[in-house]
Design a protein around this ligand. Sequence first.
Ligand code: NDP
Length: 239
Amino acid sequence: MEQPLIVITGAGTGIGAATARAFADRGHPLLLLGRRLDRLTGLGLPHALARAVDVTDRSAVAAAVAEAEAAFGPVDALVNNAGTMLLGEVAAQPAQQWDQMVDVNVRGLLNGIAAVLPGMVDRGTGTVINIGSVAGLKSYPKHTVYSGTKAAVHAISESLREEVAAHGVRVVTIAPGAVRTDLLSHTTDEAAKADYQAFKDAVELPTADEIAEAVRWVYEQPQRITVRELVLAATGQAA
Ligand code: NDP
């Protein structure tokens, strides 16, 4: 393959699926990860290895990356996109929901990094793109734990960028505002869901494809340029 391998987590829906299509359009071979295999294979993308992998399973993420590298060569970029948002007030929210957000949004992100970073450092090139959130930069009602996990994504990304900059590896954080995807459907607090949905209906939100274009744009900068952080949200999103 002329184009190098790109790994995308949470690739079956929303921003991940749009990003997979955007890179497939450029001829990249892809490793697509997510728990629902049918959503990954349903994209119908060429040169794509789809594996049903839970990002909280570190060895399964590493094994899938090794399998893809054997087929397509070294991974040049990881889009750490898998995430879950379970809105609610901390006192009312089942603690299991905190665990799930921390496990997927933080530990899952680190598992992706662990699978690709040593090889990138050895080769002296590569790009890690972590999907944070505007909710990682400021607070919103009923977002406490979700915001905490996304703030962790931003902090991990910036610190990691400093660690690997001298090795030629780029680390980028992309922080979308609200985007029209399935993300809200994970939330079980019906009042939180209704409030958020009302906001989403009132504002012209960016599409997953528009976020994916931004992901591809940061990747396609020359390797000597790192877009450290890109925050993009609907103009009508005041908060
Ligand atoms: P989606 O719900 O469409 O995408 C989330 C993806 O993550 C799904 O494809 C899901 O696939 C995957 N996923 C969830 N848990 C796991 C897991 N344990 N292991 C592997 N994959 C998992 O929503 P979005 O596209 O909106 O979300 C993508 C990213 O963008 C998330 O990190 C989200 O926090 C972030 N974001 C989204 C915003 C929005 O408004 N939509 C705003 C800011 C940031 P499966 O269930 O098959 O595993």
